[in-house]
Structure formats: C-alpha cells, structure tokens
Design a protein around this ligand. Structure first.
Ligand SMILES: [Cu+2]
Length: 153
C-alpha cells in the first residue's frame, strides 16, 4: 500500500508544472490571480505539502515583483467576508495547507509592473526555522471563489 501511494504521487508530480521541492516540503499549484491594471494588490495561492515529521511554520513571503507580501486568511464573519492578517501559518507534520480564494492567501501588495495571465513570478517563502523556499507562481485569469471581491484593503 505504501509503495503504491509513492508511485501515484510521483506520477502526479510529473504532471505538475509549477512545483518547488525543498527537503520535505513541496509546493504545488502556485498561482496568482490576474488583476485589472492598477490594482493595488493581488491574491496568491498554492498548496504546501509537509512530508516531514515536524510541523513547518510559514512566517512570510517576498517577491521582486511586489512591494510586499502578507499572509492573510479570509474568514466569514456573519455574512461578511473579511481578511485577517496571519503572523504564521502552520503546515502540520505529514499534512498540507492550501492557499486558495476564500481561505489563506498571499496578499501581494503593489505589483511593480502589470502582470498578465501567463506571466511567472518568483516568490520566496520564509519559514520560522530560517529556511527559505523559492516558488514560481504563475499568473492566471481567476475564476470561481470570490472573483469579484477586490483586494484593495
Ligand atoms: Cu487579503
């Protein structure tokens, strides 16, 4: 059973385009939602897999393409969705966390130049233990989720 799982996951890996591997950490499906020109912020998404036996703590992110990046989580408060700044996002041992519209996201502030679907952006993820992991995020036209929700906060 164990062996079968491994074969399947390796096969899945070969199909992924935007993939970063660093030790026991794997990042897949890293993308940024395309925003209208002049947008003050863009949402960045990805799934972080932790194949280690210890929790990993994501504490920040940065990119040469943006002035700053914050970790945010969208939470529903009654009927209102609001974004809450996260100082740390824990990726549990042998678990994963998905950054997605309506959930955790990278709040990417002030793009230094217009980013269009198909562009690729390098993002460095910083972890509490001092390690940093470079990820390539692909800009995509967003669909689903809160597509119309602006990130201009
Ligand atoms: Cu946000």
């Amino acid at each position: 059973m164990q062996k079968m799982t491994k074969v399947i996951s390796l096969f899945a890996l070969s199909l992924m385009s935007s993939l970063a591997l660093a030790g026991d950490l794997m990042v897949e499906n890293a993308w940024i939602r395309e925003a209208p020109p002049g947008a003050m912020a863009m949402g960045g998404y990805m799934t972080l897999h932790n194949h280690d036996d210890a929790d990993r703590m994501l504490v920040g992110a940065s990119s040469p393409a943006f002035e700053s990046i914050m970790l945010h989580r969208t939470v529903i408060d009654g009927t209102m969705a609001k974004m809450v700044h996260q100082h740390m996002v824990t990726i549990p041992a042998n678990g994963s966390v998905t950054f997605e519209p309506n959930g955790y996201h990278l709040m990417m502030m002030k793009p230094k130049q217009a980013l269009r679907a198909g562009d690729e952006v390098s993002v460095t993820l910083a972890f509490k233990d001092g390690e940093s992991v470079e990820v390539t995020h692909q800009v995509r036209a967003g669909s689903g989720g809160m597509g119309g929700m602006s990130h201009n906060h």
